[in-house]
Write a protein that binds this ligand. Structure first.
Ligand code: APR
Length: 180
């Protein structure tokens, strides 16, 4: 599924984020940048040890929740990996929506600074961190669509969803947020 946002592309695809050929791939990291399972495990496994070596060297203190940092992309078909730290879901009454929005927004800012034309993103926080997929889809898409509207960049944003159910949640949310 693809929609036009002020001349930019917003895409949804079903697949593995490590298999995307784009300028930047976004990782769903933890605040220690210590690696893990899910997207994080897949990215470090496919990208090779250079990514973790650079992460340890440049960001020994990790990365705050709601923020993101950049490394090169090792063996992945990308120039950069943007390591974003989403919130752990604790019922939604704390700062989770703001923190998730902030994480996506920081990814967009870094992608713009790096002059990325294309960025692939996962559904941050919806795996190990337990954020409900429907709510996460609304935040993810709204944040990135707003960014594209205001900045006319990145030219192509691709959300890479890992299951039919996750794809459906993002597709429903995207239909509601833009005129198709
Ligand atoms: N490609 C795309 N999406 C994927 C992939 C993949 N290869 N693997 C998993 N996913 C999906 C999951 O199904 C989920 O919908 O990405 C979403 C995010 O899940 P997680 O990777 O668990 O990320 P998150 O919920 O943000 O939790 C982060 O998990 O692995 C650890 O180190 C990581 O501690 C951090 C935490």
């Amino acid at each position: 599924m693809q929609v036009n946002v002020c001349g930019c592309e917003m895409q949804l695809v079903l697949g593995d984020i490590t298999q995307q050929t784009v300028d930047a791939i976004v990782n769903a990291a933890n605040s220690d940048l210590a690696g893990g399972g899910g997207v994080d495990g897949a990215i470090h496994s496919a990208g090779g040890p250079a990514i973790m070596e650079e992460t340890r060297e440049k960001f020994p203190d990790g990365c705050a929740t709601g923020s993101a940092v950049v490394t090169q992309a090792g063996l992945l078909s990308a120039k950069w990996v943007i390591h974003a730290v989403g919130p752990v879901w604790k019922g939604g009454q704390l700062e989770e929506p703001l923190q998730l929005m902030s994480a996506y927004r920081r990814c967009m800012q870094l992608a713009t600074e790096l002059e990325c034309e294309s960025v692939a993103l996962p559904a941050i926080s919806t795996g190990a961190y337990g954020y409900p997929i429907d709510l996460a889809a609304n935040v993810a898409l709204k944040t990135c669509i707003d960014y594209q509207k205001w900045h006319k960049a990145p030219q192509q944003i691709r959300f890479v969803l890992f299951s039919e159910g996750d794809y459906g949640a993002f597709a429903r949310s995207l239909e509601q947020q833009v005129e198709i």
